[in-house]
Ligand binder design. Structure first.
Ligand SMILES: *Cc1c(COP(=O)(O)O)cnc(C)c1O
Length: 362
């Protein structure tokens, strides 16, 4: 580790593999002996074209994307997809079912209602977002085009341990656990995620969509908002977010060379397990509000007995160079985000600190 590197538990933008950052540093000013930076080059030139094509190919490889899916790189983060998905998919009288598991699915719901009929097919609010539903709890009405799920709720710290097979295509916001798990592609029409949590810098979303759906999408909107344009133009309809594409490609290569999604899952389970163990072994000093079976592997949320102690915990953690442990402002408490680039050492050090803090606090 470079000696002044902290453990960055931020929810996003978040920690990146050090080897990737170093590579970017080394290549930033003079790209491949060209006398200029990749950031200064035309996105229609040979250098950038090679980067773009390779990042696309790596995305296909790492995600084991079936042939009949397309990859799109697009700006606007996951938030643009909250609008773009219903704007494209909700044709005619079709409606969208939203599984409300927390703050992000709630935002997807709000935007979907702007484009057509959207309803809540399972509501986690009454159970304070303490768990995800089983497939048979999700009530889908006739005429539903797709079911929107948020695979991992970043703020409340819960996830779908398995994706529900309910006979209607799923659309998934995977922003905070993308590239931490293999996907049952047969269940999905579309999957999207912002890059800034597991895949690279902010500024881009990755969208995977089933090629067949392109023929039935709505066309009544500006060019940039149509998926078909991005697919036809290989995500080069307009100037792409070149820095994000470049670095995301490097992170995808790092994932592949580290053993791929299987290895990412194993590492995520181990990291999260280490922190949940510190919570569950604390005699109730630390409390996780999420039921064990739905607990997130990437965002571990927990509370201490009272807010003064939480403030002290966060301040002492900051003194030890543990960055970004404060819970989201809407829910308070603490949250340790443990994305792919977080080393197991970070989880070990945090768990040790949690045990030490508890013994000092009593
Ligand atoms: C961070 C996040 C978003 C928003 O992503 P942006 O890229 O900031 O638009 C949406 N959904 C989930 C699950 C997230 O974690």
């Amino acid at each position: 580790m470079t000696n002044n590197r902290v453990f960055n538990f931020s929810a996003g933008p978040s920690t990146l593999p050090l080897s990737v950052l170093e590579e970017v540093r080394d290549q930033l000013v003079d790209y491949d002996g060209s006398g200029m930076s990749l950031l200064e080059m035309s996105h229609r030139g040979a250098h950038y074209d090679a980067v773009h094509t390779e990042t696309m190919a790596l995305a296909r490889e790492v995600f084991a994307l079936p042939e009949d899916f397309d990859v799109v790189f697009i700006q606007g983060g996951a938030t643009l997809q909250f609008s773009m998905v219903p704007a494209n998919l909700l044709a005619g009288a079709a409606s969208v079912a939203v599984v409300r598991t927390g703050s992000w699915s709630d935002k997807a719901l709000a935007d979907a209602t702007e484009y057509g009929s959207a309803y809540v097919a399972w509501d986690g609010k009454p159970v304070r977002y303490a768990r995800a539903p089983a497939a048979d709890e999700i009530e889908v009405r006739d005429g539903t085009r797709y079911v929107h799920v948020c695979s991992n709720e970043t703020i409340e710290g819960l996830r779908f341990p398995e994706f529900p097979d309910i006979g209607v295509p799923l659309v998934a916001d995977m922003s905070s656990d993308i590239a931490t798990r293999e996907l049952p592609w047969e269940l999905f029409d579309l999957v999207y995620g912002g890059t800034q949590k597991n895949l690279g810098p902010a500024g881009m979303a990755l969208v995977f969509l089933r090629h067949r759906i392109l023929t039935s999408l709505r066309q009544d909107q500006g060019a940039y908002l149509r998926y078909g344009i991005h697919v036809d133009k290989d995500s080069l309809y307009n100037t792409p977010p070149v820095f994000s594409v470049w670095v995301t490609g490097k992170v995808l290569r790092w994932i592949r060379d580290s053993g791929g999604l299987k290895a990412m899952t194993a590492a995520a389970e181990r990291r999260a397990g280490t922190v949940y163990e510190a919570i569950d072994g604390s005699d109730g000093f630390y409390r996780c509000p999420v039921e064990p079976s739905s607990r997130s592997l990437t965002n571990v949320v927990f509370r201490l007995p009272h807010e003064d102690l939480e403030a002290r915990f966060l301040s002492e953690a900051a003194d030890r160079d543990f960055v970004g442990l404060k819970g989201h402002r809407s829910v308070g408490g603490c949250r340790a985000s443990l994305y792919n680039a977080m080393p197991q050492d970070g989880a070990d050090a945090l768990a040790q600190f949690m045990r030490d803090f508890r013994s000092r606090a009593r």
